[in-house]
Design a protein. Structure first.
Length: 319
């Protein structure tokens, strides 16, 4: 494959190398399969970051995707949106041409499971929480009104399920996957590589931004905090923390995120206990002291939306 000075190749993909404090990042941009030749046509750009030997993080496919590679084959954690599947398959192949043996899904939202079918068709075994099969293939972790609440196709659903925990012994390391109850949703799984000292939290952790708590699907602020506390207890300054959205992170940033969750939750809970409604609570700006850090313009979840999800959770428990 020849790369021109502009970075475009004859197959319509672009390649650029960036650097970060963590490790080199490679950005791939793949043009849509059905191209009209319009230069304004949207391009899917994926950024690949090497965070530990054999462990890469791919951003831009939807939620973050982790690729674990080695002599025993590949394991993915999450697969992004369905519309990014072709670009994701290409990016994974650039990391390693070995077969993807397993896909572990951290929860059922469409921006984390959309590529499942593509990898399942290539022979990967999809693993997830039992609830993703109990609901007959309908994504239980997205409200019906949500545009991403499409049914999980039969080929995308997990064929190996857990209600608690499991381990994979591959590539000279041990991967532990543990279900944490009632956090971002009711079906979240936290994934940890013991020797590499990497942990993937899915949408329990949104790096540098406010999270969305899917209360309608069993999520809760207390569960989010408990899951983060459990991760902090098993982490150190060396641990690489992979969020569901946002930049690859570390223990100190995760602790600051925990502190924000606790502080905002306390303010909203106290307001709820005095009988305040959501509009009055929003008027007090309970996130104000954190907005400069977590409320950046263009973030997926605005401060108001985060507060509303916290309110829905806490108000339902105060009745």
């Amino acid at each position: 494959m020849t790369v021109t000075r502009s970075g475009l190749t004859s197959c319509g993909r672009a390649l650029a190398v960036l650097t970060t404090p963590w490790a080199p990042v490679v950005a791939y941009a793949q043009a849509p399969t059905l191209s009209t030749g319009d230069p304004s046509e949207r391009v899917i750009e994926l950024r690949v970051q090497d965070v530990r030997p054999g462990v890469h993080v791919i951003a831009g496919a939807g939620g973050n995707v982790v690729v674990w590679s080695g002599a025993d084959g590949l394991v993915l954690v999450d697969t992004g949106l369905a519309k990014s599947a072709a670009a994701l398959v290409d990016a994974v192949t650039r990391i390693s041409t070995a077969p993807v043996k397993f896909v572990i899904i951290t929860h059922g939202h469409a921006d984390h499971v959309g590529g499942n079918e593509a990898f399942a068709h290539k022979g990967a075994v999809v693993i997830g929480h039992e609830s993703l099969r109990e609901h007959g293939g309908q994504d239980p972790a997205a409200p019906a009104a949500n545009a991403e609440a499409s049914a999980i196709t039969l080929a995308s659903r997990p064929v190996l399920t857990t209600m608690d925990a499991f381990a994979l012994h591959l590539n000279g390391d041990r991967l532990d996957a543990v279900h944490v109850a009632d956090a971002h949703t009711a079906s979240d799984i936290v994934v940890r590589w013991n020797d590499a000292d990497v942990v993937a939290l899915g949408d329990i952790y949104w790096s540098g931004q406010y999270p969305y708590i899917d209360v309608e699907s069993g999520g809760s602020l207390a569960g989010m905090v408990a899951a983060v506390e459990g991760t902090l207890a098993r982490s150190n300054a060396r641990t690489v923390v992979v969020p569901g959205h946002g930049a690859v992170s570390n223990r100190a940033e995760l602790a600051a995120y925990r502190d924000m969750l606790v502080a905002v939750g306390r303010k909203v809970r106290e307001a709820v206990e005095t009988g305040m409604g959501i509009e009055d609570i929003l008027g007090t700006r309970p996130t104000a002291e954190f907005d400069s850090k977590f409320g950046r313009p263009g973030a997926i979840v605005a401060p108001e939306e985060f507060v509303r999800s916290v309110y829905r959770d806490l108000a339902s428990r105060n009745r």
